[in-house]
Structures are given as structure tokens and as C-alpha cells.
Design a protein around this ligand. Structure first.
Ligand SMILES: [Zn+2]
Length: 342
């Protein structure tokens, strides 16, 4: 295996064949480069503007995506590729190698908030993280119509494993995205609010791309089921959107008909911690709750003789996310309950 170090303008993402690159993006403050691994596989039927990209490590402390995509690099035979596959196991190398959600030790920016106007162009937005966003805009978006962005809970949150997408207006795009998301096989497929600025998936959705996000683990570990779902879901998307030849059969909760489509859009789905404390879950993620039921307790050890504050479900639905660490700061969403759509 030879992996070539190349500047973005030296990449060949269009000619037939497989190429493995380290994409060199200049370091902000020293003589050197951040090296982003990128593998492109192009088949004989590639069409302009079409292809699939899979991103791992949009956030640096989420590991199921990098591991799953690293496996796929060795599993996919270029002879089976008909269209275009672009695999980027580590989209944010400085964050990944620092083991942090944001680009710690560099500009400190969260890549999944960096897709804003002027990213990588405006001098105030020219640090490495915004330049990664600009690289995706310039080099990747023009060549793909399917975008898979593999996330997990990282440091702060544990999840019921799910794929995710925003509620979008175009019913055809929405149906295709939901169908692509279901093929991962996760217990939940979740739709969420789209008010947060600068998200990679929001930009891809806005460009009309079939965009799937995920939450496939937590706690800065590697969740084996999460890796299995990511490997299968990315491969299924490549086959079903005609970039790869092969057979794929439904997996997990997709196969047995137990997959739930849920929404966390209403404010009442989210419970912020009213004070800093220690969170004790009383239920597991994935369990069903009635509105008003106590899901966990928030303890205040500075008022150790007071009763714990009951953390109650604001809506009826499934416990999708809880604080993963006992110590929680004020304002952290310590509980998210998602409402069943169908
Ligand atoms: Zn993430």
C-alpha cells in the first residue's frame, strides 16, 4: 500500500481506479501539515456530481466511524466499484489525534459547527477547522450525492444507537434519506431539530444530498454493535445508490421489523441540568417512558441532605440519550426523550 501525500489541488478524485492519499492541509502555526487520510475508488460508470462519501471523526473523540471506515478500506474490492466512493476515516486529524471533540491544541473549533459563510476564506475563519470545512465544500460536495457522517456520543452523552437526519421539506429526498438510514439496522432512526448553525449534515441536506448521520456509541470507546451498524450501513448505501456492485441483506432491527422512527424536535424532549451535580440514571437508553416518569436523579453533594432532583421525561417516548458521566455542568442536556413517529 502506498499512500501519497498530496495538496487538495493535486488529488485525482475522478479517474478510474483506487488512490490512497494523505491530504496535506497546512498547519496554522508551525512548518508542517495536518494529514487527512482519504481513499477514492472510481469505477467505469462514474457520473459527474455523483458518488458516496463516508466521514469518520468529524468529532475527534468518536471512534466507531474511523474504525468502521478503516475496515471498509480493506473490504471493498475496486473491481466491484461502479461509481465513486470516497472514504475519509478521520476528517478532523488535529481533533482525532488530540482525542477531543473540538480541534483541541489548534484553533479549538468544533468542525460540526464550522460550515458557516466564509469558512476557510475570511481571515477570521481561516484556522485549520474552517479550512477542513472549505476542503469538503471545494473538493467533496461537487463529486457526491450520498453523504454518511458517522458520529457517536463522545465524552458527554450516551445514546440508544441510532441513525439520524433532519426533518426536511422535500418529501422525495426525505423518504430516500429515511430508507438509507434504516439500512444501518440500528434500533432507532431519529429526526432532530435543524436550528444549530454550521452543521456538516445540514449543509449536505441543503444541497439535496442523501445525508445520514449516526450516534453509534459513547464514552470515547469503540462500541462493537456501533461498528457493525456503520460498516453495514455505509456498504448498503453504496450498493443501493449504485456506486458498488454486491448483495446486501437487512441487518438487526431493520431485518426483524423492530426499528423505531423517532423525533427529538420539541423543546420538551430535552432536559437541561438546572444546577451542576451528579447524574444517576435509573433507566437504560432505549427504554420506553411515559410523560412525567422519573428517568434519573440529579444529586447535589453540596446540599447532601437534600433529596435528589428527579429528572422527568417531558414527553412520552423512548430514552434516546442521557449524560454518560456522573458529574454534569449546569445546562447540559442530561436527558433526551424522543417521540415515536412510527
Ligand atoms: Zn459527533
Amino acid at each position: 500500500m502506498t499512500r501519497t501525500i498530496a495538496r487538495p489541488d493535486e488529488l485525482d478524485l475522478d479517474s478510474p481506479g483506487r488512490r490512497d492519499y494523505w491530504v496535506a492541509l497546512e498547519h496554522d502555526s508551525t512548518w508542517g501539515d495536518h494529514l487527512m487520510p482519504l481513499t477514492v475508488m472510481v469505477g467505469p460508470d462514474v457520473k459527474p456530481g455523483e458518488g458516496l462519501v463516508a466521514f469518520g471523526s468529524n468529532h475527534g473523540n468518536e471512534y466507531e466511524g474511523p474504525v468502521a471506515i478503516k475496515h471498509l478500506l480493506g473490504e471493498i474490492d475496486i473491481a466491484d466499484v461502479t461509481g465513486r466512493l470516497i472514504f475519509i476515516p478521520v476528517l478532523n486529524p488535529p481533533a482525532f489525534h488530540n482525542g477531543t471533540r473540538e480541534s483541541g491544541g489548534q484553533d479549538g473549533v468544533n468542525l460540526n459547527r464550522a460550515f458557516v459563510d466564509g469558512a476557510g476564506i475570511t481571515p477570521a475563519l481561516a484556522g485549520i477547522t474552517h479550512r477542513i470545512a472549505a476542503f469538503v465544500r471545494d473538493c467533496i460536495w461537487p463529486r457526491v450525492h450520498v453523504v454518511q457522517d458517522i458520529h457517536a456520543g463522545g465524552y458527554a452523552h450516551r445514546f440508544a444507537l441510532c441513525t439520524s437526519f433532519h426533518a426536511i421539506d422535500d418529501p422525495q429526498q426525505s423518504r430516500t434519506i429515511e430508507e438509507t438510514a434504516r439500512w444501518y439496522g440500528t434500533p432507532f432512526v431519529m429526526t432532530y431539530q435543524d436550528n444549530t448553525p454550521g452543521l456538516l449534515p445540514s449543509e449536505a441536506e441543503g444541497l439535496g444530498k442523501i445525508t445520514v448521520g449516526t450516534e453509534l456509541g459513547w464514552g470515547e470507546t469503540v462500541n462493537p454493535a456501533g461498528v457493525r451498524y456503520a460498516r453495514h450501513g455505509i456498504r448498503a448505501a453504496a450498493i443501493r445508490h449504485r456506486q458498488l456492485e454486491g448483495e446486501v441483506t437487512p441487518l438487526g432491527h431493520h431485518a426483524d421489523g423492530t426499528q423505531k422512527l423517532v423525533a427529538m424536535v420539541e423543546r420538551a424532549c430535552f432536559v437541561p441540568a438546572p444546577f451542576p451535580g451528579h447524574y444517576e440514571p435509573l433507566m437504560e437508553c432505549g427504554e420506553y417512558v411515559d410523560k412525567g416518569k422519573t428517568v434519573g436523579l440529579l444529586h447535589d453533594f453540596y446540599h447532601i441532605d437534600d433529596d435528589a432532583w428527579p429528572v422527568k421525561a417531558g414527553v412520552e417516548g423512548y430514552v434516546l440519550c442521557q449524560a454518560s458521566r456522573a458529574p454534569v455542568p449546569q445546562g447540559l442536556h442530561i436527558l433526551v426523550v424522543a417521540q415515536e413517529v412510527r
